[in-house]
Design a protein around this ligand. Structure first.
Ligand SMILES: [Mn+2]
Length: 307
């Protein structure tokens, strides 16, 4: 790599704790190697990520939504549809991610995908393997937070034994004694729906998925109980339908995940009739016990039933 040229570390749109903290930690590592690296986000940090950065005294990434003709490293995503930059316009030199592969490049580049619970796990492993880089408390803290966030405190089906082991090592450096309690503290920051509009709730962590020439959207929000979401159910479903119409989706789903009782309440827009769930749909909503992961539990089920 040309060491003089700035490299921008870029996560996906609707930035979450894993994307943001992975970008920050990896840029620290690159800086240590003498590379000019800048972690970036596009959009607002969610309350959970804000809390994490404040808690460990880490600066927010640079907010920049247009990165044309620059050297770029993608973290926590590798598909054009999940990003805010056009990958054709950027010079992607490296990818570190834990999602399915949706990337192609005409040049040979560094490309690392591992089926772990978070991108932060992959980055932390890299940092631990370095003989010269010393992981500081703030960096250990934000990486630990990202693992806890993405794996829903190890409850998500995406969690691997590597995530648990790396988190344990990080917690020692981060001086977090009760990892479970810290995880619940984090999750609570993101889980109060009171001050959010219906659109903000759906779009806080929203991803779109392509099927043929069409696409559908799924927002996910993690809560410590379902009552707030249930009280606002009609309002939320109305908003799902608005988004479906406005953005031309086949359907839009809000996944309200109860991290304490381990299950998800799905709120469905029109157009979901062709999806077969194991439970009965009532008034555009269905509760699925044990469903925690959008990527591993919900999306495959949808793809299977609408193909
Ligand atoms: Mn992630």
């Amino acid at each position: 790599m040309n060491q003089k040229e700035t490299i921008y570390i870029v996560g996906h749109k609707s930035p979450d704790t894993d994307a943001v903290c992975s970008a920050i930690a990896y840029s620290e590592y690159l800086k240590h190697k003498g590379i000019i690296a800048v972690p970036t986000i596009c959009g607002e940090l969610n309350p959970e990520t804000k809390y994490v950065l404040e808690y460990f005294g880490v600066e927010e990434p640079v907010n920049m939504c247009s990165i044309k003709d620059k050297k770029v490293i993608l973290v926590d995503y590798n598909e054009n549809s999940q990003g805010f930059i056009n990958l054709e316009d950027a010079n992607v030199v490296e990818v570190i991610d834990h999602h399915k592969i949706g990337f192609s490049s005409s040049n040979p580049i560094r490309f690392e995908i591992r089926p772990y619970g978070s991108t932060a796990t992959i980055i932390a492993k890299k940092l631990f393997n370095s003989t010269t880089f010393k992981i500081t408390r703030p960096i250990a803290g934000i990486l630990l937070s990202a693992i806890l966030s993405d794996t829903v405190i190890f409850k998500s089906s995406t969690t691997t034994s590597i995530d648990v082991k790396i988190a344990e090592e990080l917690s020692k450096i981060a001086e977090i004694e009760d990892v479970q309690r810290f995880g619940i503290e984090l999750k609570k920051k993101k889980s109060s729906l009171k001050e959010m509009t219906a659109e903000q709730i759906i779009k806080a962590d929203f991803k779109s998925f392509e099927v043929g020439n069409n696409s559908f959207g799924i927002g996910q929000i993690e809560v410590v109980d379902l009552s707030e979401a249930n009280e606002r159910k009609n309002e939320l479903i109305e908003e799902l339908n608005k988004i479906k119409e406005k953005e031309n989706f086949l359907f839009v789903i809000l996944m309200v995940t109860d991290i304490i009782n381990e299950g998800s309440q799905l709120l469905l827009s029109n157009g979901c009739e062709s999806i077969s769930f194991n439970e009965e749909i009532k008034d555009n909503s269905v509760y699925i016990k044990g469903m925690m992961s959008r990527k591993k539990d919900l999306v495959p089920q949808i793809m299977e039933s609408i193909k």
